[in-house]
Design a protein around this ligand. Sequence first.
Ligand code: GKR
Ligand code: MG
Length: 418
Amino acid sequence: MSSTRVSGVVVTPVAFADPPLLNVVGVHQPYALRAIVQVQTDSGSVGLGETYADDAHLARLAAVADVLPGLDVYDLNGLRQRVSDVLRLDGSAQVGGMLAIQNPADVVLSPFEVALLDIQGRELGRPVADLLGGAVRTEVPFSAYLFYKWAAHPDREPDAWGAALDPDAIVTQARRMVEEYGFTAIKLKGGVFAPDEEIEAVKALAAAFPGHKLRIDPNGAWTPATSVRVAKELAGVIEYLEDPTPGIEGMAQVAGETDIPLATNMCVIAFDHLKPAVLADAVQVVLSDHHYWGGLQRSRLLAGICETFGLGLSMHSNSHLGISLAAMTHLAAATPNLTYACDTHYPWKTEDLIKPGALDFFDGSIRLPTNPGLGVELDEDALGRLHEQYLACGIRSRDDTSYMQTVQPDFTRNTSRW
Ligand code: GKR
Ligand code: MG
């Protein structure tokens, strides 16, 4: 039996324009960074992956890229072994600008695993979802992801969305996103204003969109006591409360005082966080994210653990491009217990590097691509343009806090601020 082997790997950092979206640690910089992984094979196939692109991560990706030639594209265990061999003794990984994961192996593994699955699918003529057990849904629902935001980055032209700094403007933003994309779930990124103002915004959304599923995520901005108070105010209004307070212990305190399910992408972000979280009954919904849970297969392992322990499953997002969206869609389509609409930052971006048409939204969902592999094609010109933008923009890691301090010098990175 002949085997298809990796013949080379190209990792290209890119930067794409990002609006001034506010969160508890600051504000998004004018460009978001991603690394695009292309794995080439001796049979002439190319598989795609997308991941973070801060300098430390790029160095680890390069180290792994060097040891992949010769790997059988079906040998995902062999891939994991090579990644952990290369990263032995290495430090923690920054993910999404707010969190650090102690062992970077799963974060580094992810884009290569996705690229190998893309190759397998292309060679077999089957979509990636088929390699993950088969699609249980052909349309994957996503959620509108609302942000408080400025009208413009300092000294730049306003973007198309305008400022959103109070409940009325948040409802206006939601209306536009729901009209354009058809979303039936809506998440508000909180932790920006005092909790009462954000409660008012959620209640305004509930009044404007009766029947829509609502969530708020202040990224741990509140103390446990404040979280319990907010939960009382929003009982019956939201479907889950995401990371109201930092840490498993704090979340467990809040969970003991409310019937609203608590969700997280902050206190359970690696496999060794699951046992303490389950023992403390700290969270009821885990937001998976294949970019740091080790790719698509390991995200399905997470899904199985969640099922075993009766935890709900949703999906987290950071600013991302189309290769990530394709992988998220295949994973969600093939994960039966992923029953919540997935997060996505996709509507906020104005540039991409995949050829258009593969991932359009209909009624708030993306139709699972049926082409082989991930079902998306790289636009080489756009890749080149976004790489040039990376070289020119000067940003080399996500740092919302320092960027905020250029506007508001006394701003501090402070969860539990209320
Ligand atoms: O993009 O500002 C942002 C988000 O706050 C992001 O960094 C979070 O990781 O979306 C994420 C979340 O749900 O916590
Ligand atoms: Mg979150």
